[in-house]
Write a protein that binds this ligand. Sequence first.
Ligand code: AMP
Ligand code: MG
Length: 497
Amino acid sequence: MGITHRIQNMPFTLRGDDVCQPTLPTPITEPYWVAFAPAAAQLINIEMGSDGLPINPDWLEVLAGNQLAVDTIEFAAPISTAYSGHQFGVWAGQLGDGRAILLGDVNKLELQLKGAGKTQYSRMGDGRAVLRSSIREFLCSEAMQALGIPTSRALAVVGTKQTVRRETLETAAICSRIAPSFIRIGHFEHFASTQNIVRLKELADLLITHFYPESANEQDTYLSLFQAISARNAKLVAQWQSVGFCHGVLNSDNISALGLTLDYGPFGFLDHFEIDHICNHSDSGGRYAYHRQPQVMHWNMACLASAMLPLLELDHSSEESQDLLRSALEEFPLVYTKEWQNLFRFKLGLQLELEDDVQLIERLLQAMHDSKVDYTSFFRNLSNLGKDAIPTEIPQRDEFIDRNSADQWFADYTQRLRSEPLSDSSRKEMMNRINPKYTLRNHLAQTAIEKAQQNDFSEVATLLQILSNPFEEQEEFEAYSKAPPLSMQKISVSCSS
Ligand code: AMP
Ligand code: MG
């Protein structure tokens, strides 16, 4: 069968040499499968065999960056794109896809290879990624998807014997990812920083055409686009908070224009709850600590607002434009708070919205913080509680240092439950659909990585399987739902990847 689908243009991203460059992947020697996600493969029609791998072995070569044609498809014009951005609150100038190459789109989804070699935008980097960070990105992308949180998807991790130098010599790998578009806030900042209003407008129009068509009908199209991007990201952070996910590097170049979780690096899911938990070892100031994520996302939306200012000025005076964007920016905390409150009410099994609910949630989080209660398992097990439970007999009270205030909280909570119409069993069902049993705890990823570094990829596959159904009880995998043993509680993850 010959090539019938020669993918030459990139309808969902940018074109023009001021923002993208033709870029071929650099081949690697002896590629092999480290991990493969059949659910993601289905999105782009890859035919799979009973072993869960593509039937056509050419896919391994394509996802390794060794060839560009497979089945009836030819990725005829791979590119990398330029973007700019603020890193750790400071303007960093031009960055860009230093190690990501966009092969093309299939089924309106873009396929990108991360770690496939140098690009025009690699600066001092080698364009490669290490095995450990590729496995983490792979597993977390698919875990987030299964949690119902918007994210780029991961298709595969391909390994090679080739090494790359980080703090030590490490195995290189390529993670293939899929998203409707990888456009970031940094792309807006790129054009805004060079005062290129024509291209800025093209970027906004592209997003409206493909992803925000409702904004086209609004009188103030670009204001509406800003509001929509900001709202998506506000809801996204509320979802992160709800599952205890810390992104780790919320720089504006890592923030998706579609409200997707993007660029998994030194992320972490909370084990013991510490509201100010810092997952990124390099983030000494805690700029991206758990409790700061909403604020920092808001700050990123302010970067977007200032980048989009020239677009509003096409129709309004400068002062008017600033006022419009400023008010739009003020919507962020409102959208975020509403979403956060809804999610946390559901986590507690509360369907009705009563006045004291927020206080009840906040008291719980404070008590969990004070006693460093395991985040995921606490919420999961809360669904076992009946409306008529007697506080001093609730096993979970033992997780708190201050038993008296825990008893008081459980008393108030069970009383609150009694004003709900749901039966204990229906509420349990509802709660178990929002409180996952399994998350990608750092120590689980670490165990899988260490095995993979010894060429045993079975644990990566097991984790993919477990995390693809995070809300289901999986009896044989009970141990994976537990908090880490003491020896594995302080795994530190840095930006170097
Ligand atoms: P990240 O922290 O992975 O989001 O990366 C920040 C910036 O550094 C992006 O522009 C990346 O493309 C670039 N970068 C990170 N690692 C490398 C590498 N090994 N080679 C080239 N560029 C890189
Ligand atoms: Mg990045």
